[in-house]
Design a binder for this molecule. Structure first.
Ligand SMILES: [Zn+2]
Ligand SMILES: [Zn+2]
Length: 253
């Protein structure tokens, strides 16, 4: 084990304070990542506040992690020291079930092991996972992602959660040239969804009640803004092939 430092909540709703804790020494297939940036996901706030009812403390949040590989286990083949690396929502899974075998570990039948507020077992000893608001993390190479050289590290971090959350449905519904995509809400998820939809070549409409947002994303390309998403939703969606809502469900009812 070795000592790392981070920021932790000691109990629900407590402010994060400096926290020293131990990470495991790298096993054969482990990669040590020196964390350079960690995005702040809204779920970090939910978890620290124990709003989902299963938080454990002390808790070091953070699952949008980017950094540089500083050490590797003896059998690591996919990374070398100095590589740009990232860690997202989960750090392990059962590796045996159908989804795991298909590379869909996020759907692991036994449940993926979350990057923080989870538990992992090594040599029969179960310890809590701790996240990216810290200076180093140790993760099996199969659960580490690569950051391309042309992406700035600081701007890459949000891709690990908000990014994939929007990229996945946009790809599933084949957003691209000739397709009209509507995105409801222009917060953290909406912003990144607009960027990705544009990058894929889709025509983008943002449905927002906050018309002050209108000025914000024009630099990303032409966007249609439609106010009042709820009362006029069906009219607003005319001609739209894909609609992604980034709002809490309760706000749609
Ligand atoms: Zn997240
Ligand atoms: Zn599995």
């Amino acid at each position: 084990m070795f000592q790392v430092c981070g920021y932790a909540a000691q109990q629900a709703k407590a402010p994060l304070i400096p926290y020293s804790f131990e990470r495991r020494d790298p096993r054969e297939h482990d990669v040590v990542v020196d964390i350079k940036y960690s995005g702040i996901c809204h779920s970090d706030i939910h978890q620290v506040s124990d709003e989902w009812g299963w938080s454990t403390f002390p808790m070091v949040p953070g699952h949008e992690i980017v950094g540089i590989v500083s050490k590797i286990g003896t059998q690591v083949t996919r990374y070398k020291v100095g590589d740009r690396a990232a860690v997202g929502n989960f750090v392990d899974s059962c590796r045996k079930c159908g989804p795991c075998q298909k590379g869909l570990e996020q759907y692991c039948v036994k449940g993926a092991i979350w990057t923080y507020n989870g538990f992992e077992t090594q040599n029969g000893k179960t310890t809590p996972t701790q996240g990216g608001y810290s200076n180093k993390i140790v993760v099996d190479e199969n659960y580490v992602l690569r950051i391309p050289d042309n992406l700035p590290l600081d701007r890459s971090a949000p891709l690990l959660c908000a990014g994939i959350t929007l990229y996945s449905p946009l790809m599933h519904w084949k957003a691209g040239p000739g397709k009209k995509v509507a995105i409801i809400g222009l917060g953290g998820l909406g912003n990144i969804g607009v960027k990705i939809a544009h990058a894929l070549g889709a025509e983008v409409t943002v449905l927002t009640t906050r018309l002050k947002n209108k000025k914000k994303p024009r630099k990303w390309g032409p966007i249609t803004f439609t106010p009042h998403p709820i009362p006029t939703l069906s009219r607003s969606l005319k001609g739209i092939s894909t609609c992604l809502s980034t709002l809490f469900q309760s706000r749609l009812i």
